[in-house]
Write a protein that binds this ligand. Structure first.
Ligand SMILES: Cc1ncc(COP(=O)(O)O)c(C=O)c1O
Length: 424
């Protein structure tokens, strides 16, 4: 892409941006009377203006109907979670039977591991990436222990041979070919939270399955960031949160994918609750658990309607904007950020995230040459200047220009402010 260094160019790019008007659909936090430069959608996405009405309508229906709201009102609560099925399936490239929104990410990860991490005999290991998100690390270690196994023997944490945060897919394939017969579950990210690397779900699933492993993904940083084809990837399961790129609010209800091939695998061990019970006989209140087909069969509780309502507002926006168009802008927006950083700040800052745009989403992870303390200071000065990114220990500033609400001018101003702080 042919970028230029001057501010006018950012304005020209904004003027030519077919998605520019989506910014107006979001509440942009303010700093000293103007819009913050909010580059933190990888942590908590901004609130769509339509969210409030969605939540208010459910509060009103509760006021008007009480318990009858389960069957009355604009969106009866009994089948409420079903409103999300089609748009979620569309978003992640899945069949409706393969997706459900429920619980939170780590809970869903445990539910999936209860079914898909079944160590037996020689095949007892669980493979994750080195430096996995702490909650995932805690979850997998606790699952290993739950089976009476020792994480030192049963947990593989794969790093790259070069020591780089980037893990080439060939190295994952080589490990699975060499050690796959000992691995019960491969659990990798869609986009790694620290490095920003995007993984090839299809190749990893194929390599894992060839070795006889089950394969799952944590898509916290991938959903709403990259176009996904979960069904075609062949993965056994995937889990994600909806508060980052999906803009469904702090602690939002999370997502879960279970491949169609397991839709009727009723003999798979699972942790059960009444909302996973076949809905045609759920209210007969019998003692025997009869699972729903598909991902819904892993639900435990009735849906938290007030928690889910913001996701509906968000899914409407994604459906309208389209993931392919968002990705097209995202490639350009992050490419522009990378261009400015390289041109203006290469002597001061390394971009940890791969330069290959096909192997990353919108996030770039930055590391200052001057080291951790200087980087931490710069991060705090950025905040004071109205730039919101986020800090990840030990020494990384993550910034994620999000195509739905970030502009090229945001990116230009960010680099201008950063330059002022770093070069000074
Ligand atoms: C990659 C990844 N996994 C897991 C989590 C934990 O999510 P939750 O608190 O929703 O369970 C996060 C949260 O940011 C994350 O980024």
């Amino acid at each position: 892409m042919d970028f230029k260094l001057d501010r006018r160019h950012a304005l020209d790019l904004d003027r030519a941006d077919p998605l520019a008007s989506y910014r107006e659909r979001f509440h942009i936090p303010q700093h000293e009377g103007r819009d913050e430069i909010y580059l933190c959608g990888n942590s908590l996405g901004l609130q769509p203006r339509s969210t409030e009405q969605h939540v208010r309508e459910e509060l009103e229906d509760w006021q008007r109907f009480g318990v009858k709201g389960h069957f009355a009102g604009r969106r009866p609560w009994m089948p409420y979670h079903e409103l999300f099925t089609e748009p979620t399936a569309h978003l992640v490239g899945a069949k409706p039977v393969e997706v459900v929104n429920m619980n939170s990410l780590t809970v869903n990860l445990h539910l999936m591991m209860a079914s898909f991490y079944r160590p037996a005999g020689k095949r007892h290991k669980l493979l994750i990436e080195r430096g996995a998100f702490p909650s995932d690390r805690y979850a997998v270690e606790s699952q290993v222990r739950l089976h009476g196994l020792d994480p030192d023997q049963s947990l593989i944490e794969l790093g790259s041979k070069s020591g780089d945060p980037f893990i080439p897919v060939e190295e994952i394939e080589a490990l699975l070919e060499a050690q796959g017969q000992e691995i019960a579950l491969v659990l990798l990210p869609g986009v790694q939270y620290y490095s920003g690397q995007a993984f090839d779900l299809k190749r990893i699933s194929a390599a894992g399955h060839k070795a006889g492993c089950r394969v799952g993904f944590d898509l916290a940083h991938a959903v709403g960031n990259l176009p996904l084809k979960l069904h075609d990837s062949g993965a056994d399961f995937a889990v994600w949160c909806n508060y980052k790129y999906m803009n469904a609010g702090p602690g939002a209800v999370a997502g879960c994918f279970v491949h169609e091939r397991h839709a009727h695998a009723f003999d798979l061990p699972r942790l059960a609750g009444w909302w996973g019970h076949d809905k045609t006989s759920r209210f007969r209140m019998g003692p025997e658990f009869v699972p729903m087909e598909g991902a819904e069969g892993w639900q435990l509780s009735n849906p938290p309607v007030l928690g889910l309502a913001p996701l509906l507002a968000s899914l409407d926006i994604f459906d309208e904007a389209g993931m392919d168009r968002l990705r097209e802008k995202s490639l350009k927006l992050t490419g522009y950020l990378e261009f400015l950083l390289k041109q203006k700040l290469a002597e001061h800052i390394d971009v940890l995230t791969t330069p290959d745009p096909t192997q990353r989403g919108c996030q770039l992870s930055l590391r200052l040459h001057k080291g951790r303390d200087a980087a931490r200071r710069v991060f705090e000065e950025l905040e004071a200047a109205g730039v919101t990114g986020d800090w990840r220990e030990p020494d990384v500033i993550r910034v994620a220009p999000v195509p739905l609400y970030n502009s090229y001018t945001d990116v230009f101003r960010f680099v201008e402010i950063l330059e002022g702080l770093v070069v000074a």
